[in-house]
Design a binder for this molecule. Structure first.
Ligand code: UD1
Length: 371
């Protein structure tokens, strides 16, 4: 009998599900893996399975891209029959992508318990699609595992009982520690050694879907590139926008790379002088690596990376980016410290908790409608 059906769909899910699957196996909990296919390019998906030793998915929904409504609906439609066939005791979702919410919603409506890993993070910016996914997934989850203590206060503010919340630490950082030794040296990824460089990642719709915002960002990055070479692993969404807006020449002089595998990206970040990003996960990874991070967003759902880590929130404003960059160059980048429970053992804490929790969950949850 499958006890837990684990879900992953998009790139940032894969480094979270890898240690969870390994820890469940180690704890003797029977799990299956489902890939929704939200991300499908080899560079955005298969490569991570190979790099991180994730078992091949037992189920693949192959949903692909679409508007938020279409993508979420497709996952829901295709997930329901699988859930009906597998009949797990619980569905485990990670992070905040559309696949996370879609599968949680189907499970909750069918009376199957929902476990959310990385619960309770809030940017308080409802213009972010992920924020909607976070709030709704947490509301319908039975068991919520958190990465930092601010998450509990966020959840309680939304009426979620603290008894359902368990602080376990950060599974993505489990993956980071597990793979540090295997990380590809930057010189390998870049084709030649580069003494000092910055890494830029950009893909949030708020930064890349509007021509004026994207142009301003690329222009300030070009300025930075004159002082410190900037390496840019380019997300397909961003590449699409750059081509659509006719901004290809703004990339001149930058070291543009395709989306990188996990081990290449880890090696590149570890040796960087500075990372500029609008990613959620990279704010955490740079904190764990002790590399200064300038976050090109006006809010973060991961405040511990600012309070304790190496992160500085600079937003998309060129003047603020310029000033923060000058600080790092002057040696005033943040050193930070490693947050509590970001120790490589978060997934084991999850598995250990589940060994006690699963036997207490009998039958369909009250309110589950079945069909
Ligand atoms: C999704 C997540 C976001 C996460 C990001 C990491 C949601 C709401 N967003 O955003 O939280 O930070 O993944 O990458 O779930 N595309 C490809 N190949 C792929 C996948 C996508 O070319 O394998 C292109 C398609 O043109 C697609 C676009 O990228 O339309 C956006 O993909 P999508 O999954 O909708 O959102 P992301 O921007 O990747």
């Amino acid at each position: 009998m499958t006890q837990i059906l684990c879900v992953a769909g998009a790139r940032p899910n894969f480094m979270k599900i890898a240690p969870v699957m390994a820890a469940l196996a180690e704890a003797g909990i029977a799990a299956q893996l489902l890939h929704t296919g939200q991300h499908y390019d080899a560079a955005m998906s298969e490569g991570f399975f190979a790099d991180l030793g994730i078992p091949q998915p037992d189920h693949h929904l192959e949903v692909g891209s679409g508007s938020h409504a279409v993508q979420t609906a497709e996952v829901m439609k295709r997930f329901e029959p699988v859930l009906e066939r597998v009949q797990p005791q619980a569905v485990l979702v990670v992070g905040d992508v559309n696949s996370t919410l879609a599968c949680a919603l189907v499970a909750a409506k069918r009376g199957v318990r929902v476990i959310h890993v990385e619960a309770g993070l809030r940017s308080y910016d409802r213009a972010m699609p992920e924020e909607i996914n976070r709030v709704l997934t947490d509301q319908i989850s039975d068991l919520l595992f958190t990465t930092e203590k601010s998450a509990l206060a966020n959840l309680q503010r939304e009426g979620i009982d603290a008894a359902r919340v368990e602080f376990v630490g950060n599974v993505m950082i489990d993956t980071l520690y597990r793979n540090l030794e295997r990380a590809v040296p930057a010189s390998g990824t870049l084709g030649a050694p580069l003494a000092d460089y910055a890494v830029l990642t950009l893909h949030r719709p708020s930064n890349v879907d509007h021509a004026a915002t994207l142009a301003a960002l690329l222009d300030v990055v070009a300025e930075i590139n004159r002082t410190l070479p900037v390496v840019v692993p380019l997300h397909p969404r961003t590449r699409g926008s750059i081509e659509k807006f006719g901004f290809t020449s703004k990339l001149d002089g930058l070291r543009v790379l395709p989306p990188l595998g996990y081990l290449e990206m880890l090696g590149l970040m570890r040796e960087a002088k500075l990372v500029l990003t609008d990613s959620g996960g990279i704010q955490e990874e740079t904190t764990a690596l002790g590399v200064p991070c300038l976050t090109l967003r006006t809010s973060t759902e991961r405040p511990i990376t600012i309070d304790e880590g190496t992160n500085t929130l600079v937003g998309p404003d060129p003047a603020a980016i310029r000033a923060a960059f000058a600080d790092v160059i002057a040696g005033r980048g943040k050193a930070g410290r490693i947050p509590e429970y970001w120790d490589g053992r978060a997934a084991r804490r999850i598995a250990h908790h589940l060994q006690g929790w699963l036997p207490q969950q009998k039958g369909v949850r009250a309110g589950g409608v079945g069909r």
